[in-house]
Design a protein around this ligand. Structure first.
Ligand code: TYD
Ligand code: MG
Length: 455
């Protein structure tokens, strides 16, 4: 009989220790240790002394040239073009995807729609620990999905879920959500770090063994990170986050990790009364649609994953009454804003230290690329001078600490997207102009000061 052992697991990094401490020795997070009870498993008891492998069976080593690469043509389409795009072309058999997002953002809706599509040709299973079968059926009816394609299991016991799935052999399985699933092997409550980790590990194992494509729904914490141990993100093949601007009907699904596609790929959906609809031309929705150019607004061509996209950066600069003027950034990194303000001051002579500064990216999208630097600087200057930028102008480019403009990758593709959306002028780094054939009047600059003076 194996003895139950008490260990302490860090909720941030998932490392386990025999003793509790206030700070995790592994990742230095404070107050993140939880008591977990684990059964000492046989697999942990490996060979005792180092170097003594006598009695351990050896395993086969394969040469990669003899391995058939996974055939991407076998990917399952979810029926939603934008979801397939984020996944890198569809669901890969045997893969595990983690989908995180705020409550009520549409995770269950999206996966039910995907299940209805996959279910037309293959076996599927929707495991829910959060809702009753009646609630799921009601949603399916509301979404006009064919209930004959939807198999639902209301269960939270991992052992029962795995046994049912092994018997039915679905090609696509959803577990909504991983925090509600628990295993008998551990005594801690469902949702505890050890439970989440163990259940996810067993589901990953199931996916790899049977070729079933599994999607796990994950809750997010108040800070927006996936609840449960960080190791969850390492265990799965892809991590997708659902994002949205509060009040907006647009939903963004971003791949923060994907073993089978581009990371940072973005899928755009609109929430309608018939569920989520893919948005094919996201540039059109992120431009705020105002008729007259306003001071403080600049259009940027950003590139999320494999697709260029136009977004509007808005800035408001106003004299401050505070000794420490406010710096507010929504949709961009606040540290990047501080850096840009310092470079503008030092290398372009723009006095902004005594002003409150607010920067917002329209449409609730987050831009993490440094290619947004030039557009932010132009928007700030435009607001400071209360002079709108010309109609039909776009900008992109990275700003260095020496005040230089640095070229960004895929410059020509960005210019083509801008031209295609009806823009006719562009301010870009000089290095992005070489050999560009896009039908747009693009002007290149070497320094931030030159670009700001040109407007
Ligand atoms: P849901 O998928 O239940 O969210 P999650 O699983 O992420 O918690 O989405 C629920 C929200 O979506 C709810 O606020 C209502 C809205 N909704 C629609 O607007 N249209 C629809 O057709 C459906 C099914 C839901
Ligand atoms: Mg849900």
């Amino acid at each position: 009989m194996s003895k139950a052992k008490t260990t302490y697991t860090c909720g941030e990094c998932g490392a386990s220790f025999p003793k509790w401490s206030g700070q995790c020795p592994e990742c230095s997070a404070w107050n993140s240790m939880e008591e977990t009870v684990s059964v000492a498993s046989a697999s942990k008891a490996g060979p005792k002394g180092r170097g003594n492998w006598a009695g351990t069976a050896t395993a086969d080593v394969v040469r990669l040239s003899e391995v058939k690469a996974e055939d991407t043509a076998r990917r399952l389409s979810s029926g939603l073009t934008e979801l397939d795009r984020v996944l890198g072309g569809g669901l890969v058999p045997g893969s595990v995807v983690l989908l995180g997002g705020d409550p009520g953002i549409g995770k269950s809706t999206l996966l039910l729609q995907a299940q209805a599509h996959v279910g037309a040709g293959q076996g599927t299973l929707y495991v829910t620990g959060e809702e009753s079968a009646g609630q799921v059926a009601m949603r399916a009816r509301r979404l006009d999905l064919d209930p004959a394609r939807l198999d639902c299991l209301t269960e939270t016991s991992l052992e029962v879920i795995l046994a049912t799935a092994a018997a039915r052999r679905p090609a696509f399985m959803v577990v909504d959500s991983i925090q509600t699933v628990w295993t008998e092997a551990l005594q801690s409550a469902p949702g505890a770090v050890a439970q989440v980790r163990e259940c996810a590990a067993r589901l990953v194992q199931f996916a790899k063994q049977t070729g079933c494509s599994v999607v796990l729904v994950g809750h997010v914490t108040k800070e927006g990170a996936l609840a449960g141990p960080r190791v969850l993100e390492h265990m799965v093949d892809a991590v997708l986050y659902f994002e949205s601007d509060s009040g907006s009907r647009f939903r963004l699904v971003r791949a923060v990790k994907n073993r089978f596609g581009a990371a940072n790929e973005l899928g755009v959906f609109a929430m309608t009364d018939k569920g989520l609809k893919a948005v094919g031309n996201p540039s059109a929705i992120f431009l705020s649609g105002q008729a007259e150019p306003a001071p403080g607004s600049c259009v940027l061509v950003t590139r999320e994953g494999t697709r260029p996209m136009m977004v509007e950066v808005q800035a408001l600069v106003a004299p401050s009454t505070l000794s420490n003027p406010r710096r507010v950034a929504v949709g961009i990194d606040p540290n990047r804003l501080a850096l840009l303000l310092a470079v503008m001051h030092r290398h372009a002579g723009i006095q902004i230290a005594d002003q409150d500064v607010f920067v917002n990216v329209a449409g609730g999208i987050r831009v993490s690329e440094t290619a947004s630097d030039l557009a932010i600087a132009l928007a700030l200057q435009s607001s400071l001078r209360e002079r709108p930028l010309p109609r039909g102008l776009v900008a992109f480019g990275e700003i260095g600490l020496a005040g230089e403009l640095r070229p960004v990758y895929n410059g020509e593709e960005r210019l083509r997207e801008a031209a295609g959306q009806g823009f006719d002028q562009a301010l870009v780094p000089d290095g992005n102009l070489k050999g560009v054939k896009a039908r747009i009047n693009a002007r290149g600059f070497r320094t931030l000061a030159d670009a700001l003076a040109a407007d």
